[in-house]
Write a protein that binds this ligand. Structure first.
Ligand code: PGA
Ligand code: ZN
Length: 425
């Protein structure tokens, strides 16, 4: 039974305040969790409650969310069984009473939801992945690792937000991390040789001033080769253009190419898929462009995984619309877009029943908390996106996954989720 709930203001990886929650049970067991925060957020995401008091953290303080946790939420969940995640989350949703968790804050609610899952696992003596995933959970996710940052995550003038490597040829999670790390360092050396910056963006990828978006793909292919791997076969490329940020008045605006239509954008990606070993494209179009997305997926969906992030915001209602409209064929899953563990699992369930892929994802503002590592194994979809193989808040997730793989021993499963699609070449 839950006895007390407390919260504290801590810093995220961008140095902004976020919320850290502790749930204590009557038997003395505690569970803790920290909430991440996005920068290129979807319009319909659950609301992150910030104080707005310019005298503290430029208005970004989370004391109101903490007050909600320690006041109303603590009273509402006290006495509930920590093992009943749905009841805890349901009580908070009802207490909040708004569609987007605007009253209490999705950050407040999610912190309690995640900490409750942790305390339940601890009280049963189970690791989190096993508690949330059941005894069948044994699949490690294929990582998509962001090695070049642009868009809202860097100030290098690159339009597209994320250029990721996917070690599809690795035979274990630990090997995937090694493939990615070696490629990351080969890329660093290449950028350095060319006099380009090797400082990193919000998600740990490099943020060089390249002259065009396609140059990011070019240099990544070179880095893969330089590291001794075969592009496409050993290591493929995934993109998150986060096209919301290129959307202006019904058109897409890229450096040097103004006023592109959705069809122009889709054609551009098509040409890139011809040239580079791309296997997945997330948010290739903007979140309002439902019609564009249907055409985009009809054109590219057989060649690559088409992932919706801002379009769905991990909300069952929008994912169901996407399935009906064949808008994409996969979904990005972020706990803080919707605000409870229960609703996030419901979003995954909808993807599974549609036969769609789903990628468990971090946010650009992260903490040391590796909750999503356990969550990815529990959900079993075989895909995670957690940033570069560098920076502590990113490596916390990958290191945790290597520990889970080791704990699983012979029963660990690591399979390439893209095998049935071909390498994308
Ligand atoms: P965000 O970006 O966490 O800044 O929203 C991540 C993404 O777009 O996938
Ligand atoms: Zn995204």
């Amino acid at each position: 039974q839950i006895e007390t709930v407390s919260a504290q203001e801590i810093l995220d990886s961008r140095g902004n305040p976020t919320i850290h929650v502790t749930v204590s049970l009557t038997n003395g067991v505690i569970g803790q969790a920290a909430v991440p925060s996005g920068a290129s957020t979807g319009e319909n995401e659950a609301v992150e409650l910030r104080d707005g008091d310019k005298n503290r953290f430029g208005g970004k303080g989370v004391l109101k969310a903490i007050a909600a946790v320690e006041g109303e939420i603590a009273s509402a969940v006290a006495g509930l069984s920590a093992l009943d995640q749905a009841a805890i989350d349901g009580a908070m949703i009802a207490l909040d009473g708004t569609p987007n968790k605007t009253r209490l804050g999705a950050n407040a609610i999610l912190g309690v939801s995640m900490a409750a899952a942790r305390v339940a696992a601890s009280s049963l003596g189970l690791p989190l992945w096993s508690w949330l995933g059941g005894c069948g959970a044994r699949r490690l996710p294929m990582p998509m690792m962001n090695v070049i940052n642009g868009g809202a995550h860097a100030d290098n003038g690159l339009d597209m937000q994320e250029f990721m490597i996917v070690p599809v040829g690795a035979s274990s999670f630990a090997e995937a991390v090694r493939f990615a790390s070696e490629t990351f360092h080969a890329l660093k050396a290449l950028l350095h040789e060319r006099g380009l910056s090797v400082s990193v963006g919000d998600e740990g990828g490099f943020a060089p001033r390249l002259s065009g978006n396609d140059q990011a793909c070019e240099v990544i292919v070179e880095a893969i080769e330089k590291a001794g791997y075969e592009p496409g076969k050993d290591i493929a490329i995934a993109l998150d253009p986060a096209a919301n940020s290129m959307w202006r008045d019904g058109h897409y605006e890229l450096r040097g190419a103004k006023m592109l239509t959705s069809n122009d954008m889709t054609a551009l990606y098509g040409r890139w898929i011809d040239r580079f070993p791309i296997i997945s494209i997330e948010d290739g179009l903007a979140e309002h462009d439902w019609e564009g997305f249907a055409a985009h997926t009809a054109a590219l969906g057989d060649r690559v995984q088409v992932v919706g992030d801002d379009l769905y915001v991990t909300n069952v209602q929008y994912i169901e619309t996407g399935i009906r409209r064949k808008a994409t064929n996969a979904v990005l899953i972020k706990l803080n877009q919707i605000g409870t563990v229960t609703e996030t699992i419901a979003a995954v369930d909808v993807c599974r029943s549609a036969g769609w892929g789903y990628v468990i994802s971090h946010r650009s503002g992260e903490t040391e908390d590796a909750f999503i590592a356990d969550f990815a194994v529990a959900m079993g979809g075989g895909q995670i996106k957690a940033g570069a193989p560098s920076r502590g808040e990113r490596t916390a997730k990958y290191n945790r996954l290597m520990a889970i793989e080791r704990a699983l021993g012979d029963s660990a499963l690591f399979a390439n989720p893209f095998a049935s699609r071909g390498s994308g070449e």
